[in-house]
Design a protein around this ligand. Structure first.
Ligand SMILES: [Zn+2]
Length: 302
């Protein structure tokens, strides 16, 4: 096996269990610090998983609940607010892994030429018939290399590819000359959970801001802006398409990654400053969602 980022073949296993205690082997590449399953599942295995099992495995639902829709809509509005100033009016926006389709619909409502793809079939009927969002039931690699998009969105998607390098190179070919790529994914280097809760099958890769940036650089993208800091639970980075650039392997990063993921045990994680107040905020926002979601979605759809 070769590392998807640096091409190296020296790995160190860092975990043999997923977050539910089931067997799952996770390794860090000693050449660059990229963390992935060991072995990495093939593209065919990944495609099969997303076409049929993913939603049910992960969220236990086959139609989106009002709370999920409301949360996705609000998230779409946040993403639009963050990115609109980087785009010209009417720009062509394309989301890979569009989920329910709320983000695509938010961009469309704001005057952009917005569309997307979602390989999972479970929510397609809602997306196409109720939300009327332009989301096709397709896989990224079925799309032609046609440079027509001004912005591609990858929201919690890059960690699910069998080869993120192949995915970003494909997206590179779909973007106009100075097109943008916006990526959000979990930040492995941030204190967002304890070690035992980090890994699960759906996340084949676990990025840090450094490994994500180097991977993007290798595929021909430069950073426009990093929108979250190093300690945020999620990485939000806006990239711009550029000419192909090679990453310098950084073996020191493997040690930084190993230290970061073992930073907290249960006790120190739960009692760190700010944890309690963030939990309280989260619980009260869940309660509010529970009360308001149904009315929110009815109003949104009408
Ligand atoms: Zn590597």
């Amino acid at each position: 096996m070769r590392c998807d980022l640096c091409g190296g073949n020296a790995f160190e296993e860092i975990s043999n269990r997923d977050r539910h205690g089931k067997e799952l082997h996770t390794a860090v590449c000693l050449g660059c610090g990229l963390v992935s399953h060991m072995p990495v599942p093939s593209e065919a295995e990944v495609a099969e998983y997303y076409a049929t099992k993913y939603r049910r495995d992960y969220h236990n639902e086959t139609t989106p609940s009002p709370r999920r829709i409301m949360r996705a809509w609000n998230n779409g509005e946040r993403i639009h607010a963050q990115l609109a100033s980087f785009l010209t009016p009417g720009a062509c926006v394309f989301e890979v892994g569009a989920g329910i389709g709320c983000t695509v619909k938010v961009f469309e409502k704001n005057g952009f030429d917005a569309a997307g793809i979602e390989p999972n079939k479970d929510f397609n009927i809602f997306t196409q018939q109720k939300l009327k969002a332009a989301v096709a039931n397709k896989n990224l690699f079925e799309l032609p290399h046609k440079a027509t998009r001004d912005l591609v969105l990858l929201i919690h998607v890059i960690e699910h590819f069998s080869s993120p390098t192949k995915a970003l190179k494909h997206i590179h070919a779909m973007l106009n000359d100075d097109g943008l790529l916006y990526v959000e994914c979990p930040n492995l280097a941030a204190p967002f959970t304890t070690f035992g809760r980090l890994f699960h099958y759906a996340h084949i890769y676990n990025f840090t801001p450094k490994t994500l940036t180097k991977l993007a650089a290798k595929c021909g993208f430069t950073i426009v802006q990093q929108l979250t800091d190093e300690n945020d639970a999620n990485i939000h980075i806006l990239f711009r398409r550029s000419e192909e650039a090679k990453p310098a392997p950084d073996s020191a990063h493997a040690d930084e990654v190993k230290q970061a993921i073992h930073r907290y045990n249960w006790l120190t994680y739960n009692f760190r400053i700010g944890y309690l107040s963030s939990r309280i905020k989260k619980i009260s926002s869940y309660a509010q969602e529970f009360i308001t979601a149904r009315t929110f979605v009815e109003r949104m759809l009408s």
